[in-house]
Design a protein around this ligand. Sequence first.
Ligand SMILES: [Zn+2]
Length: 90
Amino acid sequence: MNKDIKNDWRLTNQETYLMGINLCYHKYKQPSEKWNHDHCEFCMKTFMEDYKEMDNCTNTGYSSLDNYYWICEECFEDFKDLFKWVVTKE
Ligand SMILES: [Zn+2]
């Protein structure tokens, strides 16, 4: 783990709501017709069901079990030790 990870620019007090929570790795599913995307809680990467090859966009990642918070694969790898997430199977 990177020693400076606690000073990473992506950290903005997410520990107040993401510490130790259960996460599920799966494809992004848009919550409604109008709400068609979400952002990574750390780096703001865009999650979209209708995934197009574009910068900073993905269609798969880790979400809280209620699908409310999304975390991209890269941020998951960087912060999993710090946040002690538990990954549950789908
Ligand atoms: Zn991210």
